[in-house]
Design a protein around this ligand. Structure first.
Ligand SMILES: [Zn+2]
Length: 142
């Protein structure tokens, strides 16, 4: 686990660049995107999105930290009704990352329960200004 060097926020992006559904959750500054979580400095518990208060020990001393980029698909559903300009249908699933935390995410491709999945970033819709609306996604790997 490493400390994020650059967290992508919509404010930091030029108008012509894509917007993220939930800014601040993805560090796209390196060769591979990384999810940005919170790691409690008191007990080490992870939270995603980064919690203000540790759910395990109630400490408020929480640092940003990268999560693992691979995991296993725990469950998923196919969504047919979505906010305006989102691409439907899409798969929404829970992924158990290798570092022990479960995250909710878009799932690309053909999801299968217990499939090994890998983190990426993909277009999930169109923002109000016509630019791509992006999000972190997980894709099954062979
Ligand atoms: Zn804690």
């Amino acid at each position: 686990m490493t400390t994020p060097s650059k967290i992508v926020t919509n404010d930091a992006l030029a108008d012509s660049e894509p917007h993220f559904v939930a800014p601040g959750l993805v560090d796209a500054s390196g060769p591979e995107p990384r999810l940005v979580a919170g790691k409690c400095k008191a007990c080490g518990a992870l939270s995603f999105p980064k919690a203000v208060v540790c759910p395990a020990c109630l400490s408020q001393d929480i640092a940003a930290a990268h999560l693992a980029s691979e995991g296993m698909l725990y469950s998923f559903a196919t969504v047919h009704q979505a906010p305006k300009n989102w691409i439907v249908p899409y798969h929404l699933g829970y992924v158990d990352l290798t570092d022990g935390i479960r995250v909710l995410a878009h799932v690309e491709g053909t999801p299968r329960i217990e499939a090994k999945v890998k983190l990426g970033v993909a277009r999930v819709g169109t923002a109000a200004d016509g630019t791509a609306l992006m999000s972190y996604v997980f894709t099954p790997v062979a």
